[in-house]
Design a protein around this ligand. Structure first.
Ligand code: RNT
Ligand code: ZN
Length: 419
């Protein structure tokens, strides 16, 4: 191992030239919560006592051995992964990760079915986020919150209501805001003739969920759109325009827009949407993922778009107002490596963004010095942030460089391979 402290001292000098306080930026990076999605650990299966696989137009591919088979294994895997993910963490749970001895349907779930999650989070001093599960269920095949069948729609409204109450329970147990993400897969393989009916019903369902739970405290509600899903290629009820329209029309302090990086046409990027949304909204929920040709939910990479998103949040001064959650599921590699790689990349992109000379570039821009603006932004692409990253990981005892990889290999041999 090279001398990490020496590297940090050099980097500090480098950044000081541009008036950047590295220690302050490390502190800001560290205190930004990242919400780790539990569903990477078991291929979005969950623990309901029922048959049936993953539906709703999302897919995991691969069959890497060792996936978590029960809540104990999943939480143990999360504990292991979290050691190598520096900074403030939350864990993001789906309703389908409930625990009960017998089958409990989605319209019957209660806080007690999530008591183990809550106690586990409290022991670790971390917050919990939550998601209604409007997929992988026999009643989800012909729409959920937008369903024409009123019994089906009522069933899912009740699910949404119960999820907001569970969110409040998480808030009360952990003392930390619970961010709930509402996403429905409702859509159509072919272009429907009636394209507004499903939207009006979806709006009415969200209205009913929120009206029935007005007393709920400590919860933020993201509304997530999607351009298409497998089997819903031509139409989604919860399109971008629908979700953005819904959120803006509510003008509420807890209903916000979720932007998932895989949910737009391939040439559209979330980094370019943030400022427009923030013109009208105080908060955004981000689902950081990596779409490869479609919404493939690959592990988050340290790529241009992930960096552009974090750069933009820092430039907007909105890093603290943005709820950052990961959302990917890769079953073709060691699932714990997937978590560690994706979350470290997300955190690393935040750190790199914070180490940008934002006020220098803004000043140049204000003066009309567009050449200077381009020169600075380009020069900083190769700034030595990795030396700061290594130092930060060392300070947090989260493993410098690839140190985590050997530990994951040992865990795979000792634990995962015996499942
Ligand atoms: C699906 C959405 C949604 C899910 C999770 C499991 O395309 O991105 O957020 O991935 O709820
Ligand atoms: Zn998502």
């Amino acid at each position: 191992m090279y001398d990490v402290n020496k590297g940090y001292e050099i980097a500090k000098e480098f950044y000081a030239q541009y008036g950047i306080d590295v220690d302050k930026m490390i502190e800001l990076c560290d205190s930004t919560p990242l919400s780790i999605h539990c569903w990477q650990g078991d291929d979005v299966n969950g623990f309901e006592k029922k048959e049936g696989g993953l539906t709703g137009g999302i897919q995991t591919t691969g069959n890497y051995p060792g996936k978590a088979r029960n809540p104990q294994e999943l939480r143990a895997d999360l504990d292991f992964a979290m050691k190598y993910i520096p900074g403030t963490k939350k864990v993001n749970v789906h309703a389908s990760y409930m625990e009960a001895d017998t089958f409990v349907d989605r319209n019957e779930i209660e806080p007690k079915h999530f008591e183990n999650w809550a106690n586990w989070a409290v022991e670790r001093g971390i917050g919990l986020d939550f998601n209604p599960t409007y997929f992988s269920h026999p009643k989800s095949h012909n729409g959920t919150l937008s369903a024409a069948d009123e019994d089906v729609r009522r069933f899912w409204i009740e699910h949404g209501i119960r999820c907001r109450r569970i969110g409040e329970y998480f808030y009360k147990k952990t003392g930390k805001t619970c961010v709930i993400n509402h996403w429905t897969p409702d859509g159509d393989k072919e272009f429907p003739i009636d394209t507004i009916g499903p939207r009006l019903r979806l709006k009415d369902s969200y209205d009913k969920i929120f009206a029935a739970t007005e007393d709920v405290k400590g919860v933020m509600d993201g509304i997530e759109s999607k351009v298409f899903g497998i089997g819903a290629e031509s139409f989604t009820a919860g399109s971008h325009e629908f979700c953005m329209g819904y959120v803006m029309s509510k003008n509420s302090d807890h209903i916000i827009l979720t932007l998932d990086t895989g949910h737009y046409h391939p040439t559209e990027v979330v980094s370019a949407k943030l400022a427009s949304v923030y013109t009208f909204s105080d908060h955004v929920l981000l689902h950081v993922s990596r779409p490869v040709r479609w919404d493939s939910d690959h592990v988050v990479a340290f790529d241009d778009e992930t960096r552009a998103i974090m750069d933009e949040l820092v430039r907007l001064g909105k890093l603290q107002d943005t709820y950052i959650a990961t959302d990917f599921f890769d079953a073709s590699i060691n699932r714990i490596s997937a978590w560690i790689i994706g979350l470290r990349n997300t955190r690393k992109a935040i750190l790199a963004a914070l180490l940008q000379p934002v006020s220098l570039m803004k000043d140049l821009e204000a003066k009309g010095d567009v050449s200077g603006r381009l020169a600075v932004s380009q020069e900083f692409k190769a700034a030595p942030f990795s030396l700061v990253w290594d130092y930060y990981c060392q300070q947090k005892d989260a493993g410098v460089g690839l140190e985590w990889l050997e530990d994951v290999r040992a865990y795979e041999k000792d634990v995962l391979s015996k499942r």
